[in-house]
Design a protein around this ligand. Structure first.
Ligand SMILES: [Zn+2]
Length: 382
């Protein structure tokens, strides 16, 4: 799969504990990002892996250290500094460039390990008191008092080829202690990639085969436990084909690897609707905007699978001229029939396009969301 061929995958991560000495202090702000030379079209950011896996850090006295090695190939993917007059530093991006950031999340105390897909959707929460150094430079943690919510700390500009060291003091002060929760920290690798790169990657990745989906449907129909995502109707399941953003039939049906629902969303609309930071044109998408629009689980580009059963359903419906179909009834043997839709009212054409995930009970529109109109810009985000 192309997403796995980037040199960033040469990253080696490890965790060791050494002593520390305090030196400089430097606030690190998320830079303004501009397209590099030869870059055109929309780009996207997402956490592709961790240089240091989520590591449990219970508050206690002493210095703890997270180390990782940045090979020459990965160091070459760090974004270049660009010139310009702005309050924020400017970094130009190109296909496949990476950022590094430190993130902390509060997790249940019983956890000793956090799965990658759980980490990806966990909120950033800094302890009340924590002191952090990266390669001997003190880092100011971006806290909600200044950024509306706690944000990851940018490490990119201080990263070097070879060994890199994060030193942390997380004392067992009252403000850091909790009866039922503790902290995990990780160094994340954020990849910047074009739309075509992501679409090609999803298409080339493993699909959910038609046979797998049919087996899942059969299990649902024979299961006695209730399921929130599908409605059992006698011996068939009712499955929506409508994309949650456009309310029209999905073109490229995808869902996250961890998603348990049968419904899919459309790959193109999913990418088009990812928000960007509002600090100028050309910003790639935010890095943390990849929760499934249906269930909220991890739906980053490299965690998406195309459902070949729904691809086949769509092809048959289009061949029969039934492109407005929103729902099908599927039997345990995988056979299916379209559910007839009520005729649209005459004034549907005057309705504005939806700006976010359509609700099941909302009015159905026959139009797709124009990609440009679906981009939401957010001020002061990552
Ligand atoms: Zn989902």
């Amino acid at each position: 799969m192309p997403l796995l061929t980037l040199r960033a995958d040469q990253m080696v991560s490890s965790t060791v504990f050494v002593s520390s000495k305090n030196t400089n202090f430097r606030p690190l702000r998320s830079p303004e990002r501009k397209p590099g030379r030869g870059v055109s079209g929309r780009f996207y950011q997402y956490v592709t892996k961790c240089a240091v896996q989520p590591t449990r850090m219970d508050p206690r006295s002493g210095i703890r250290t997270l180390e990782f090695t940045l090979p020459a190939g990965a160091a070459a993917l760090l974004p270049q500094k660009a010139t310009g007059i702005t309050e924020l530093p400017i970094r130009s991006y190109t296909e496949g460039c990476i950022r590094l950031r430190l993130r902390c999340s509060r997790r249940p105390k019983r956890e000793t390990y956090v799965r990658d897909s759980d980490w990806a959707i966990s909120d950033t929460t800094w302890p009340g008191e924590m002191y952090t150094f990266f390669n001997e430079t003190a880092i100011e943690l971006p806290r909600k008092q200044h950024f509306r919510h706690d944000r990851p700390a940018e490490l990119t500009d201080l990263a070097v080829e070879g060994p890199n060291v994060v030193k942390i003091s997380l004392p067992d002060n009252k403000c850091n202690l909790s009866e039922d929760s503790t902290f995990f920290l990780a160094v994340e690798v954020v990849l910047t990639a074009s739309r075509s790169f992501l679409e090609n990657g999803v298409r080339a990745a493993r699909h959910t085969t038609a046979e797998e989906t049919k087996k899942k449907i059969a299990r649902r129909l024979t299961s006695t436990s209730p399921d929130d995502d599908v409605v059992a109707a006698d011996t068939t399941l009712s499955i929506s084909l409508a994309d949650p953003f456009s309310a029209t039939m999905v073109e490229v049906p995808v869902r996250g690897v961890d998603c348990e629902h049968m419904e899919c969303f459309d790959l193109g609309n999913w990418l088009a609707s990812r928000p960007s930071k509002k600090s100028g044109g050309g910003e790639p998408s935010l890095a943390d905007c990849w929760k499934c629009p249906i269930c909220g689980r991890d739906a980053r580009p490299h965690r998406l699978h195309i459902d070949d059963f729904l691809v086949e359903v769509r092809a048959e419906l289009l061949a029969d001229g039934k492109q407005r179909t929103k729902r099908i009834q599927v039997a345990a043997d995988g056979s299916w029939v379209p559910v007839a839709e009520p005729e649209d009212s005459d004034d549907e054409g005057d309705a504005p396009p939806p700006s976010g995930p359509a609700q099941e009970s909302s009015r159905v529109s026959s139009r797709s969301v124009p990609p440009a109109a679906a981009v939401i810009e957010i001020l002061d985000d990552d």
